[in-house]
Design a protein around this ligand. Structure first.
Ligand SMILES: [Zn+2]
Ligand SMILES: [Zn+2]
Length: 202
C-alpha cells in the first residue's frame, strides 16, 4: 500500500511531496553524530535536536521526493569540501534533505518536516552514532548496529536497482550537478561549531 504525504518548511514557503510513503518504504532513524548536530546549530535550528542531540531522520528514495512549491528557496550546505550535501529551506532554515550525491540514492529528511511522522512512518527503528550523544547514549545507539545498517543498505540498493534515483530533488539528471547554490564551511567555521556538539558540549 502506498500513499502520498506532504512536507513543508517551518514558515511554509517550501512545500514538498513524498510519494510511496509508509513504514516499509522508508528508513527512520535518529542520528546522534556531531555533524548532524553541527548542521542544526549552523542553521540556528537546534530546536530540531532531541535531548541527546539526535536528529530524527526519514530516509527516502530521491525519485519519491519533490518540492512543487518554493524550490527556489532551497540552498545547500557542506560542513567540509567532501561532506554530505545538506539541503535546507533558506527562508526559515528548515533542513530538507541530506544526500551523499546522486550515486548513492537516498535522501535523509528531518522528520519534523512531515506533519505527523509517527502516523505515517511509525517510530524510529533505532539510533546510530550514539557515541556523540549528549548525556547518556540511548540504548542500542552506540557501536555497530548491523541490523540498522543492513536495513539502510537494502533500501538504498533497492532504490538504485529500482530506478528511484531520478528525477532527483537536488541534482540535475543530465549533468549530475547540484540544482541549488551550495556553501562550504571553512575549517574555522566548522571548528567553531564543535563546542556546541556532543558528546560533551562546552
Ligand atoms: Zn548524523
Ligand atoms: Zn521556510
Amino acid at each position: 500500500m502506498s500513499s502520498t504525504v506532504d512536507l513543508r518548511c517551518r514558515c511554509g514557503e517550501v512545500e514538498g511531496r513524498l510519494e510511496n510513503a509508509g513504514r516499509d518504504a522508508v528508513n527512520r532513524v535518529v542520528c546522534y553524530c556531531d555533524d548532524c548536530q553541527a548542521y542544526a546549530h549552523q542553521l540556528g535550528r537546534a530546536d530540531l535536536l532531541d535531548a541527546h542531540g539526535g536528529s530524527d531522520i526519514v530516509q527516502v528514495a530521491p525519485a519519491a521526493l519533490s518540492y512543487p512549491r518554493g524550490a527556489d528557496r532551497i540552498a545547500g550546505l557542506r560542513l567540509k569540501p567532501k561532506g554530505l550535501y545538506r539541503w535546507y529551506a533558506s527562508c526559515c532554515k528548515t533542513p530538507l534533505g541530506n544526500t551523499v550525491g546522486p550515486a548513492i540514492p537516498f535522501v535523509g529528511v528531518v522528520a519534523q518536516a512531515f506533519g505527523s511522522p509517527d502516523e505515517v512512518f511509525g517510530p524510529p527503528v533505532g539510533g546510530i552514532l550514539g557515541k556523540f550523544a549528549i548525556g547518556t547514549a540511548p540504548p542500542g545507539s552506540t557501536g555497530l548496529n548491523l541490523g540498522l545498517i543492513g536495513r539502510a543498505l537494502r533500501k538504498v540498493a533497492g532504490w538504485k536497482l529500482g530506478g528511484k534515483t531520478w528525477p532527483h530533488p537536488f541534482f540535475d539528471q543530465a549533468t549530475r550537478a547540484p540544482r541549488y547554490p551550495i556553501t562550504v564551511l571553512s575549517r574555522e567555521e566548522r571548528d567553531a561549531l564543535r563546542p556546541l556538539c556532543g558528546p560533551k558540549p562546552a
